[in-house]
Design a protein around this ligand. Structure first.
Ligand SMILES: Cc1ncc(COP(=O)(O)O)c(C=O)c1O
Length: 440
């Protein structure tokens, strides 16, 4: 190990979403990154099978992004975003709305996916009130959904471990059923055939609560954190139609699916369903400087642009909304995506990726494999009485063999940088095959 770069004491840092005591006994430290690879503290190259944490879509240390951040830090480190502005923030906003599906043409900047979620939910509530529908205060999420860790996102989220410690959360929230159905859809390539009717759950909730109490429905088009759960064919279309019928806003949380993960710039385009509010973060700045963005339809923005012109229209914002370094990083990111065609590269590689991941089908413990664009998951049979252990063992063994993957429950999730080459897809799945053969 390179002692000069390693901390002496791991105790003080309370690590997020980490088994702290286990980690600190056998730390996995990454010290540098370039392109498709991390370098671990012991000098080993580690193939990045999950784009950091679903965010480094253009790969690591990309020159345009690094240069943009460095130049911006020299030019202007910070500018207040309330009642002041800086030119690049407007340039970025104008550029971003050319990438989003038509109609989503205004953008509110945040610093993370969680903040995008809170912002989107607050916009939904305030919009309903602004158009004279103040009784619409209810928010509908979905079981197994992940919308970050703040109170609104935790409330509409549907992962029990993330919810159960935190009391009653937001009042007036309900949940659709999850769409994952191994009994009917195991080993689907792309969207599963069965389950569109699960969107009718929304009709059930409308019948229960009455549409006049419901402001918005929030879903991930593809659930990422719960283990790459794909929307059944026709499901999102149905959800859109039911929302339209009842005046309910549809929010897509595209924090993971945005910026090319599914082979199109956004899942909304991949699936041909446009939400009213679209939430992003992660890939917007290639993970380099924290950033998020909430896109809304013109009607929503316009509904706020009423009243005296000297009045603030929306009492919401962050000290670091449109932070100059994040904006510069995002502009560098968009340049890189555009120059290398990365926002659609997932489509070109999708078949190769699908063949590669489904080739693991006959390995021990594998009960499902699913894929879309450049994302995929391998679900393992849990060890009786020890859920999560099997996949976590694979994660540890894979890291030893030079592959970084993500696990959630007993699901291995893969989402490499979109610059991945076919030879690296081969390397990734060869390593994973070797790993899965060794674990109990
Ligand atoms: C769909 C979705 N929404 C929100 C978030 C929260 O993002 P952040 O961790 O940047 O707050 C995530 C993070 O993985 C996510 O996958």
């Amino acid at each position: 190990m390179d002692g000069a770069r390693l901390p002496n004491d791991l105790e003080a840092f309370w690590m997020p979403f980490t088994a702290n005591r286990q980690f600190k006994k056998a730390p996995r430290l990454l010290v540098s990154a370039e392109g498709m690879y991390y370098t671990a503290a012991d000098g080993r190259k580690v193939l990045d099978g999950c784009a950091g944490l679903w965010c480094v879509n253009a790969g690591h240390a990309r020159p345009k992004i690094v240069e943009a951040i460095v130049a911006q830090a020299r030019e202007m480190d910070y500018a207040p975003p309330f009642q002041m502005g800086h030119p690049k923030a407007f340039e970025l906003a104008s550029r971003l709305v050319t990438l989003t599906p038509p109609g989503l043409d205004h953008v509110f900047f945040t610093n993370s996916g969680s903040e995008s979620v809170e912002t989107g939910l607050k916009i939904a509530l305030a919009y309903q009130r602004a158009i004279g529908q103040a009784s619409r205060t209810r928010l509908i999420g979905r079981e197994r959904g992940y919308h970050g860790v703040n109170f609104g996102g935790t409330s509409v989220g549907g992962i029990v471990a993330n919810r159960k410690m935190f009391g009653t959360l937001l009042a007036g929230v309900d949940h659709l059923r999850a769409t994952h159905d191994l009994s009917r859809n195991a080993f689907s390539r792309g969207q599963p055939e069965h389950g569109a009717e699960l969107a009718d759950e929304l009709e059930r909730l409308v019948a229960l609560h009455d549409a006049s109490t419901i402001a918005a429905v929030i879903v991930e088009p593809v659930s990422g954190s719960a283990g790459v759960l794909l929307p059944p064919k026709g499901y999102l279309e149905k959800l859109r139609a039911i929302c339209d019928k009842h005046g309910i806003l549809l929010i897509f949380d595209e924090v993971i699916t945005g910026f090319g993960r599914l082979g199109k710039p956004f899942a909304a385009e991949r699936y041909g369903v446009t939400p009213d509010i679209l939430l992003t973060a992660k890939g917007i700045s290639n993970g380099s400087v924290p950033m998020g963005a909430v896109f809304v339809k013109k009607e929503i923005y316009d509904a706020f642009m009423t009243g005296p012109e000297n009045m603030i229209e929306f009492f919401h914002g962050y000290t670091y909304s449109a932070h100059p370094l994040a904006v510069a990083a995002s502009l560098g990111t968009l340049d890189t995506y555009e120059e290398e065609g990365l926002l659609t590269r997932g489509s070109e590689l999708a078949d190769y990726w699908a063949d590669a991941i489904h080739s693991l089908r006959d390995l021990p413990h594998v009960i499902d494999i699913r894929n879309e664009g450049l994302v995929g998951a391998i679900e393992l049979e849990p060890i009786p009485g020890a859920p999560t252990k099997r996949a976590f063992s694979a994660f540890l063994a894979g890291f030893e063999k030079g592959l970084m993957m993500r696990t959630t429950g007993d699901i291995i999730a893969l989402s490499p940088p979109l610059i991945i080459q076919k030879s690296e897809i081969d390397l990734l799945f060869d390593t994973l095959r070797g790993t899965l053969k060794t674990i109990d």
